[in-house]
Design a binder for this molecule. Structure first.
Ligand code: CTP
Length: 223
């Protein structure tokens, strides 16, 4: 019997799409591959997975994965808060928009003038909001995508969002990040311990995260 049997895990995946008008949106290049790989590896290890997913071109291939499709950061926030209290573990790997359009138009915006200005307002930070309601029995895992001062920035996020550990990937590493099937990560835990991993296929990265979690739970004696 696997160590995750009977555990419910919340995972967020993919980008969010913030509407400008009925036919246009602001998005990002997240493919969702890393998060879907985590969902599959965790489900194979016995977990029941709730996968709150932004718009991606992927299918979840395991009967224990329940996909909750969302489009916007606000919908992802609501879905996460709906499921979080019943989950023991949460892995927030989505590339959530930090800003959304203040007043999306309800009709297609017609071309006019040389310039168009959109007013953007900040979205709610889902991970931080879960950190604020997290109980001692829950394990909260975040991701950080950094281009500079990676370790220092990731440590700040770990602390500010009340995480157990954070998975850091930097776009500087060849073959890592959004458009690749491979990734290169470091994990920093709340005791400031840094573990570096080699560049590898995202499925093997997901397995590394699962193994790290198993060790972390054993040491912490939580969950
Ligand atoms: N995150 C989230 N909700 C947001 C923004 C981010 O849940 N509105 C989560 C991401 O899923 C990830 C972590 O926060 O697990 C860090 O995301 P990242 O984009 O690296 O950092 P930000 O906190 O948005 O900070 P910045 O963009 O300034 O680096």
């Amino acid at each position: 019997m696997s160590f995750l049997t009977k555990h419910k895990v919340l995972i967020t995946a993919g980008p969010t799409h913030e509407p400008i008008d009925p036919v246009r949106f602001i998005g990002n290049r997240s493919s969702g591959k890393m998060a879907y790989a985590i969902a599959e590896v965790f489900a194979e290890a016995g977990a029941v997975v709730v996968l709150v997913s932004g718009p991606v071109q992927l299918q979840a291939n395991h009967p224990n994965i329940q996909v909750v499709p969302v489009e916007t950061a606000a919908q992802m926030y609501d879905a996460c808060h709906q499921y979080y209290s019943s989950c023991q573990i949460a892995v927030l790997a989505a590339a959530v928009a930090d800003y959304t359009v203040a007043n999306p138009a309800d009709k297609k915006i017609k071309k006019q003038g040389d310039n168009l200005t959109l007013e953007l307002v900040q979205t709610k930070d889902i991970l931080m909001s879960l950190g604020q309601v997290k109980s001692n029995e829950q394990v909260l895992i975040g991701f950080a995508l950094e281009t500079n001062d990676a370790i220092a920035n990731a440590k700040k996020k770990l602390l500010a969002k009340n995480l157990d550990f954070i998975v850091l990937n930097t776009l500087q590493d060849e073959g890592a990040g959004f458009r690749h099937d491979t990734n290169k990560i470091s994990i920093i835990n709340k005791y400031n311990k840094i573990t570096n991993f080699e560049l590898k296929d995202k499925r093997l990265v997901a397995q590394d995260i699962l193994n790290y979690l198993e060790e972390y739970l054993r040491e912490m004696k939580v969950v």
